[in-house]
Write a protein that binds this ligand. Structure first.
Ligand code: DX5
Ligand code: ZN
Length: 224
């Protein structure tokens, strides 16, 4: 996956996909050029909704990998350290957990790498960038939430590009991922701020033509 995210990438979030035909939706965006598929896990504790776990991920993993893609897992769950092994076994290529969800960020990042995945840490809009300052070198990905986690389709927080710039100076050389409210309009300013990985859910799967929407956002982000 490291090679896949060497250049900027748009990662479609299947949270907004039609789950009754999940495999087909994944293929649709991969045919349009997507290679990183974002997989949102919510537990009803860290955030109110409950979504999907390793079982559903395992069902699409072969299809994603066969097409040369990678699965980018975003854990919005309490005590993420208890679940990482299961997601790694189910086919995750990167696993990102929230700094707010565990007192053991350093240990958890190392554990994710030991499982053979890229390790990521996410911060909520209300969390200062300094929360990841001591983790430089331990994280491959730092995810800057550009909405409050829990739901797709929320409005992009306008101060986010400036936060991405500060995060990059604190967390580089980690790749900066942005998640929430990303579309063809917001992708440009966050790309200019230095983000590398652009998660987009409703702007892709909520569009009449997800493939065209993917390509439009990728062009706006200057992504591969
Ligand atoms: C929200 C999730 C996102 C979600 C983004 O908490 O982490 O990945 O799918 O959805 P949009 O792109 O619709 O804001
Ligand atoms: Zn996400």
């Amino acid at each position: 996956m490291q090679e896949l995210i060497a250049a900027p990438r748009v990662a479609p979030s299947i949270l907004s996909a039609d789950f009754s035909r999940l495999g087909a939706q994944v293929e649709e965006v991969m045919d349009a050029g997507a290679r990183v598929i974002h997989y949102d896990v919510m537990d009803g504790h860290f955030v109110p909704p409950i979504t999907v776990g390793p079982l559903v991920m395992a069902a699409i993993a072969d299809r994603v990998h066969a097409a040369g893609g990678a699965l980018d897992v975003h854990l919005m769950i309490a005590a993420p350290e208890r679940q990482i092994e299961e997601f790694a076994r189910a086919g995750a290529d990167s696993i990102t957990f929230h700094a707010e969800a565990t007192p053991h960020a350093n240990r958890t990042l190392h554990a994710i790498r030991e499982l053979g995945c890229l390790a990521g840490i996410a911060i909520n809009p209300g969390t200062p960038v300094e929360a990841v300052a001591e983790l430089r070198g331990c994280a491959d990905i730092v995810l800057c939430m550009t909405v409050n986690p829990g739901w797709g389709g929320q409005a992009f927080i306008p101060s986010s590009p400036e936060k991405v710039e500060r995060l990059l100076s604190i967390a580089g050389p980690a790749r900066i991922e942005v998640d929430g409210g990303v579309d063809a309009e917001t992708a440009g300013p966050i790309a200019a701020a230095g983000a590398h990985l652009f998660v987009a859910g409703s702007a892709i799967f909520g569009a009449p033509d997800p493939a065209a929407a993917y390509q439009e956002i990728a062009a706006a982000a200057g992504a591969a």
